[in-house]
Ligand binder design. Sequence first.
Ligand SMILES: *Cc1c(COP(=O)(O)O)cnc(C)c1O
Length: 393
Amino acid sequence: MENNQLGFDSLAVHAGSFEDALGSAVSPIYQTSTFKFENADHGARCFSGEEDGFIYTRIGNPTIGELEKAVAALEHGYGGIATSSGMAAVNTVYLTYLASGKHMIGHHSLYGPSRSVIEGLYPKFGITSSFVDATNVENVIAAIRPETSLIFLETPANPSIEITDIKAICEVARQHNITVCVDNTFCSPYLQNPLDLGADIVVHSMTKFINGHADIVAGMIVAKTKEVYSKLRPVMVIMGCNMDPHQAWLTRRGLKTLGIRIDRAQENSMKVAAFLESHPKVEWVKYPGLKSHPQFELAKVQMRGPGAMISFELKGGLEAGKIMMNNVKMALLAVSLGGIETLIQHPAGMTHSKLSKDAKAAAGITDGLVRLSVGIENVEDIIADLDQALALV
Ligand SMILES: *Cc1c(COP(=O)(O)O)cnc(C)c1O
């Protein structure tokens, strides 16, 4: 069957897979750095692009290619470009669409390193940036300059769980000929398809939901068109941001269960969010599935479900947060997210500690903010664990 006739979970299981001579049920790993040419002419044809043959794994590899095809199919894009990490994907987009004299607009609470690399490393190449609250489209419009070449969004954002209207911003960007890239890590293609809403590029940290088992660091770029793909791919290759075949094979395996993992984690998250919202020691909870979320209505339109990421503020700030995190028993006190295990972390002291005080305040990262990535364990156990830790606060 053609890909466009299959549902999400069928594609997650089968897309990109290829037959091998032995009929193995799972595509084998091509754990090789290089490929033999049949003869000199064949080599020449591969290099000139006349023939699609494999040359060298940094450029392309069948195992990596399978994963690229699968994620591109799930994101409704022209092609995927796998990278060694999510940050390699982000930097490949930056290096492709930014240049000396160019300007980028980013949402103010992007994933910490996605913002700090633009503010810390890229200025020496003459690249400028504005980070604005993109939940209000007017702020993005006000930040546009003649030299703006890239708008970089993340929705829901990390760790504020703020939601940006992708469609509205893409319409504005189109009028100004600006490329839009959306970091879709928090949703995965199961819950949101930014390319369908007008974005040109999607990036993923596949370290999170797509692989989902906390055993791989990996990234992916999906380009909407051949033109965008043809700009991005050579930059990944020349920068050496490629994935390793074994990493690709494991990520392809993780991807097969994406839908059912998110279904379960999301069902758990609704219950955990409701529990936290009614807890006397919790100041507020941000979860797109709660009516109290400021963009509850937008989330319902833009996302197919509220996901498995919850942020909440403890009464008692930093100290209360520390007590809670030192006392959880089943949840792991760890960064990262989107895995089968429940993870808890403290952005102000951990992932976003490199941001200035002002930048933290602007992005809503308060001292008592706790971020929870809800796993697929039994929800009674997750709630009991949080409850006993909260009792000690
Ligand atoms: C983790 C993460 C990244 C970076 O990905 P790595 O795989 O750690 O390099 C980028 N964006 C978001 C939203 C993330 O959560």
